[in-house]
Write a protein that binds this ligand. Sequence first.
Ligand code: NOJ
Length: 756
Amino acid sequence: MKKNTLLLAILLPLASIIAQSSTTIDRKVNNLLAKMTLEEKIGQMNQYNGFWNFTGPSPKGGDAAYKYQNLASGKVGSMLNVRGVKQVKEVQKIAVEQSRLGIPLIIGFDLIHGYETVSPIPLAESASWDIAAIEKSAALGAKEASAAGINWTFAPMVDITRDARWGRVMEGAGEDPYLGSLIAAARVRGFQGENLDDIHSIAACAKHFAAYGFAEGGRDYNTVDIGLNTLHNIVLPPFKAAADAGVKTFMNSFNDLNGIPATADRYLQREILKEEWGFDGFVVSDWGSLREMIDHGYAKDRKHAGELALNGGSDMDMESYIYLDYIETLLKEGKVSQAQIDDAVARILRVKFELGLFEDPYKYCDEEREKTVIGSKEILDGALDMAKKSIVLLKNEKQTLPLKKEGQKIALIGPLAADKNSPLGNWRIAAADNSAVSVLEGLNAYKGNAITHEQGVKLVNKIPAGFHEEVDINTTDRAGMEEAVAAAKEADVVVMVLGEYGFQSGEGRSRAHLDLPGFQQELLEKVHAVNSNIVLVVMNGRPLVLNWAAENIPAIVEAWHLGTQSGHAIAQVLYGDYNPSGKLPMSFPRSVGQMPLYYNQKSTGRPGADGEDAGSVFWSHYGDERNSALFPFGYGLSYTSFDYSDIRLSDNKMNRDGSITAQVDVTNSGKIDGKEVVQLYLYDHHASATRPTRELKGFKLIELKAGETKTVEFKIDQERLKFYNGAQKWEAEPGDFSLYIGTDSTTKRRADFVLQ
Ligand code: NOJ
C-alpha cells in the first residue's frame, strides 16, 4: 500500500510534466502553423534525397541547384541520404538561415543495422532472441549515426516474412508476430532512447505499412492479397507494438494490398493507424511510392497520385516531388482539404519539436563528437557482442565443434572465407567497403593452428549497382577448386565458408532459387569426398536450402551477415570461447517449393502427420516433399545440452479474468555453461475463426551453469489468448487450449487447459 502511494507520488507529477510538455509542443506547433503560408506548409511535406547517395530510382537525378533553391525557399521539410556533420550542416544551414521561417530539416537515413560500424543484419540479431541486446544494438547505432548528423532512421522494418525468396527478409525479425512485436518495440526504444531530445536519440520509423512482406511469390514490389484475418493477426501486431512503444514515424509500402496501393490506403493509415491506434507522429511515403501509383494503375497521373496519397493519410512525400507540384491546385479544386494539410504538417512539426531541432538545429552537428563516437570501442564491442549472440548452431555431430585450439591443420575454404565485404550485408550505406573482419582474420587471431586458405570458387566484381563495390559468387569459372580439394586432403579439419555474397539479399534482391549460389554446392561435395571432417559456416541474408549439408556435414554454423566484427564472432564460436544460443527466427525450408513456409500454420481440413505415410494422397501435402521445415522456427543448438521436465500447470481450468501458470524445470545436462531460449506455444483448438496449430506466446532466455537446474514459469492470462476473431474483434474465446513448452517450435511437451 505504502509502496503504491509512493509510486503514485512519483508518477503523478511525471504524468503531468509529460502532459504539459505535449501541450507546450502542441501550442508551439499551432503557433508556427498559424504563421506559415500554404507553400511553406507544402514544403514541410516534401522530402528530397541528398546529392550523393541513392537508395532508389531518382526522377531528377542529383539536380543539386534545384534542391538548394527549394531548401532556401522553405519548400523542403526533410532530406534523406545526407550524412556526416559537414553535409548535414550544409543543408541545415540553408533551411534555417535562408528560408523565411527557418524551420529545421529532419534528416532521414536507412540506419538498418549500424552506421559506419555495422552490426548483424536485423534477421540475424533477431536470432539472438535477446531483446535487451537488440535494444542496445539499436541504441549504439543511433549513437553513432546521431554523431554524424542523422536524426531520423527508416527503421525498424517490422514486416513479417514467410517467404525466403523475398530479399528483404534480412531486414526484419522473421516470421513470428509475437517475437516480431517484442523486437519492434525494442528497436524503437533503442533508437529513440528515453528522451527523444537526447543527443544520442533519433526518431524511428516502423515500416513498411503494410504487408510488404507478403509480396506474391517473394518477388519484391509485387502485389499482396491477404484477408483481414492474416492482416490483423499476423501483419499488424509488430506495427501496433511499435506504435505503442511511441515510434514517431511510419513509412508506407510499395505494394498494393487487396487492390489498393498502401500509399493511398485510408483503412490502414487513417482508420487503423491514426484513429484506432491514436498515432500522433507522421507517415512518410516510401521512395517514389506516390508516383508508382500510376504504374500500379491506380492513379491516372501525378496530380491524381497526390490526391489519393493525401486522402489516404500519407503526410510526407519521399522523392516523388508530387505534393510540391500539386497540393496547391488540389486544394483549390477541393480534392484535398486544408485540414488534411494542416494535420500532416502539424504531425511533422511535432516530431521536429520533440527532437529539439527548433532549440538547436545543429545539435547533431558536432565535429568533435563525430570524431570520437564513430568507430569507438564501445560501438565496436557492442557489434561484436551482438554478432556472437546472433549465431545459430544448426548441427554438431561427432563433437566436431568447438575446434581444438592447438596442433591442428585447418583448411579454410570458400569464396566468403576471406571476404571482408559480404559480412557487412546489404543496407550498410555509411560503412566503408571491405571493412568487416573476415573469417580468415578472425581465425588468424588464434595462433595455435596452421591455417591454409583457398577460395575454391572465386568471387567476381560486379558493376556497382548502387554506390557500393559489389562482388558476386562466380557461376562460370571452376578455377581454384582443385587447390581447395588438395588443401582439404592435407587438413585435420576443414572450415568452409559458403553462402550468399553481401548484396544477394536486401531490396530488389529476390531469388527464385534458395540453394548455395554458383559452384559452391559442387565445391562442398568435392571437398567432402576427400575429407568429411567439415565445419560449414553459412553466411547469408535469408534461409537457404541446405539438405545435402544437413545430411552429410557434421557441423553447420549459421552465421548470417554479421557485420563489422563478423570474423571475430565466428572464430570465438568455432573455438568455443562463446557458446552459441541463437534460435532461428525463420523456418529453413527443404525446398523452395515449400514457400511460403512458417511454423504457425493452420490445420486445414485435411491435416496429416508430416513425414509419415498417411495412407492416402488426399491430405494437405506435397507428393515429393515433406511439409515440415528442415530447420524449424525457434531451432538452435548449444555446445551443452538441456533437459526439460514435464509441464506443471497450476490449474487446467482458467477463468476469463483469471490466470494460470505453467512451469518447467530446465537442466543444463552437459559439461559447460550455456544459454537456452525456453519457448511457450499455444493452440486454440476451435474458435470463431480458424487458428494456427501453435503460436509463440512467450519465451525466456536463461543462463545455466553446467549441471544447474532452473524453473521457468509462464503466466497465462486472457491477453495471451486474444486474437482477431470471426467477429473482427480482439478477444479470447472460451474453449480448449493446449500449451507447449520446449526448445523449438516442434516441441511435443504439452499440457491442456480450458478457458471458461
Ligand atoms: C526504399 C525502401 O523500401 C525503404 O525501406 C527505404 O527506407 C527507402 N527506400 C529510403 O532509402
